[in-house]
Design a binder for this molecule. Sequence first.
Ligand code: ZN
Length: 474
Amino acid sequence: METEGEVPSVNPQQTGDMIIEEEGGVQEIATTKDSTQVPIYSFYGTAEDQMREIMKSYYENLFPFELLEQWLRYGNDPNSKRADVDKTFFARREISLTLENEAYLRNQYSHDWKELKAKCVKYRPQKIDIGAVFKASPKSSNFGFNDDEENPMQTCVEREFVIDIDMDDYNNVRTCCADAKICGKCWKYMKEAYIVIERALKEYFGFRHIIWLFSGRRGVHAWVCDKRARQMTNEVRGSVAEHLRVVSGSDKSGIKAENLRYPIHHLARKSYEELRKSFTEIVIEDQRLFESEEHVTKVLEFLRERFGVGDEGLRSIQKLISRSNTMESETFFKKFEEEIERIASTANLDNRRNKKKSYPMEELVLYFMYPRIDINVSKGMNHLLKSPFCVHPKSKKISVPLLDVRTFNPDTVPKIGDLITEREDGFLIVNDKPLKPYVDYFQMFVDNLEQENKKQQMAERAESRNEQGKNLDY
Ligand SMILES: [Zn+2]
């Protein structure tokens, strides 16, 4: 599977990346292939030269760097006079750059958005990735450490909890497209993923500040920005992610929904109820999975293996499925549900006691539709994930927030070519209009976060004043 929007985690310092800043080039940078140099731009050059200039202009004029800093500093203003404000907070965040030829500049830190912007204008990265906040960075004053201490530059202190969902992992349940292609039909799986995961994060885990971003091509990323989420250890991240993963996305052999045990988990029940609503539309009408022999065989095998359904029961299900296109899909689905429940309850299960405590229909619906989460991205605090507002190097689409998931259409996402165009005389024209609604939306999200941060800080200050007051009383 091609990973999109993320690069493997490497400990800072291990790569030993160094940049020597010289006019006209980058030297001695770590690269996946050979070392590379950014050539001096010549406007009347190749299409790649032109793209470089367009990227430069994008970073110069449109990429919302200031907003990015406002988000990632979480109220820790470097210019604040208050002693309890963590002034190097933003400077300790790893923000790595991917240059052309997939040369990674890892272990990158910036004092503020202006420095980050200058770097991006200079190097015109194809991708900006956001990593963890470390205990120390070369940009922070607490750089030195003793040999017997843990290296503070390798110690992550916090990071948003992130979720990565990729259309690739739906290949076994979509017939409309394959590989990197997506269309409105298969995108519906992404909408369902958003609805189910957003609800789980909010209702089950109590998180409130979640932003969903289009990955630029065929997936979505969720960033959970609540302080509690940012401070979760890798262990806790792992268990939250495992909880959210009802279905493993790597299934190749057949149906392998995690067995739902009695009593059905609240999260699985809620997700089932949600997904069931669009099962007919997505699975039966759009993807026509019940007209595919491969999928029907999977369903039958699943019923035999999981629920001990015998040949007679399987034949009756098969017969019903073969008539699915002769009736309204809703009517078919109701009959299918009834038939599944009937044969599962009379099936020759080894463990007869559990017959009524099994969930064949729930498992089927979850298997076909439950969000496929790339769990490794969620587990590690140190995992890099693509920044909002990056330009996807292949699709040229911008990684924008999903304003309204129900109407979101990946085909209408602004491309770099909609924002910056070349005039005949060689000048570039910058148009910020297509990007504006997305930047405004992100600004609103960050403002809400900041308000909450302020409230929290004020509460903490009041508490510490109370503590001091108490101490004075005694
Ligand atoms: Zn499709």
